[in-house]
Ligand binder design. Structure first.
Ligand code: GYE
Length: 326
């Protein structure tokens, strides 16, 4: 159902195009090729809608959109197509941090500036893109784990054993690297915390469901699920339901989740998720503004971080959910 709504939203955007102010007609459109990771999560769907909504004709852009279906080789192919079509800008949401050197050299040789959005690429390639906008994924993890530490402290449970089931996002993605580092650092600080298993959930609900379902057949002694995105949390919840294990505040297992899409916040409000670290997907207008700066001959800052917070039940209300954009 959720997916259907997101797809309908996307279809509506594709048909009607724009979100935002128009530019005078007659101006030459700026041609942008955008290589998107895939459609693996609610976050990604909201991100795609934001990008398509902002980089539209009324705003002065012609957008060439490619969905790489979670495969880097498709992204490489898309970028090479964009170079072939001589776009004015390439926008890349890189699936993982490594593997871009050759193709970005090709873009540089063709004189096409590259903008990164969402995840980053390895620091060694920093001269191969102009600017990046996205989240501080490690900070998201640190924030949500600080909240957990305080909660356990307040409840007098700080020294109890905490066995953690870690559901990880796509290996080598900046979001995975940052969120995982935050967890590993926190585990190292607490002798009573341990990671029972790391499951490669690839950011999808289906994969996470299967892995958690199978895992719970062997081991049910888990106090925390640390799930690197909301859709993987949804999959884990389904597996927990089937195993008859309760979750959320007051349940058998606590769940920490990332993204804070509307469905996750609703579950948090309903007492099914303990906390959601916000990850803002609305990068379309930000990317459009970066391109505008570059069109005016200015060089934007290299790394542009978006501010985010953590939500728990007490921060939420039905009105808040209603007003939320994603
Ligand atoms: O958390 C997840 C998505 O890179 C921030 O990718 C993004 C992550 C997001 O599939 O839901």
């Amino acid at each position: 159902m959720k997916k259907t709504i997101a797809l309908l939203l996307l279809a509506a955007l594709l048909l009607t195009g724009c979100a935002g102010k128009g530019t005078p007609t007659g101006e030459k459109l700026i041609r942008v090729g955008f290589s998107q990771v895939g459609a693996e999560s609610d976050w990604r769907m909201a991100n795609t809608a934001s990008m398509i909504g902002a980089l539209c004709e009324e705003n002065g852009f012609e957008l060439l959109f490619d969905n790489a279906k979670q495969r880097q080789e498709n992204q490489l192919l898309a970028i090479r197509n964009f170079i072939q079509q001589d776009v004015d800008y390439i926008v890349l949401a890189p699936i993982a941090e490594s593997g871009w050197e050759d193709v970005l050299h090709e873009a540089a040789a063709a004189g096409i500036p590259v903008i990164l959005v969402d995840r980053q690429i390895a620091a060694a390639y920093k001269d191969l893109y102009v600017t990046w906008v996205g989240s501080d994924f490690q900070a998201e993890g640190e924030q949500i784990l600080r909240w957990l530490e305080e909660k356990l402290e307040q409840e007098g449970r700080a020294s109890e054993p905490l066995r953690i089931l870690h559901i990880q996002g796509t290996d080598g993605a900046t979001a995975q690297i940052g969120r995982t580092a935050a967890l590993n650092n926190a585990v190292a600080r607490h002798p009573n915390w341990s990671v029972a298993a790391v499951l490669p959930g690839e950011y999808t609900e289906a994969k996470s469901y299967e892995l958690v379902r199978d895992y719970l057949k062997e081991d049910r002694d888990i106090q925390l699920i640390y799930s690197e995105n909301d859709n993987m949390s949804f999959g884990a919840m389904r597996a927990l339901d089937e195993a008859g294990i309760s979750y959320g505040p007051g349940g058998d297992v606590m769940i920490l989740s990332f993204d804070a899409v509307r469905e996750a916040l609703r579950l948090c409000l309903d007492g099914k998720l303990d906390a959601c670290a916000e990850c803002n997907p609305l990068h379309g207008p930000r990317v459009a503004a970066l391109i505008r700066q570059m069109e005016e001959g200015r060089t934007p800052g290299k790394l542009n971080y978006v501010l985010e917070s953590v939500f728990t039940q007490s921060d939420l209300s039905p009105a808040f959910l209603e007003a939320r954009e994603y």
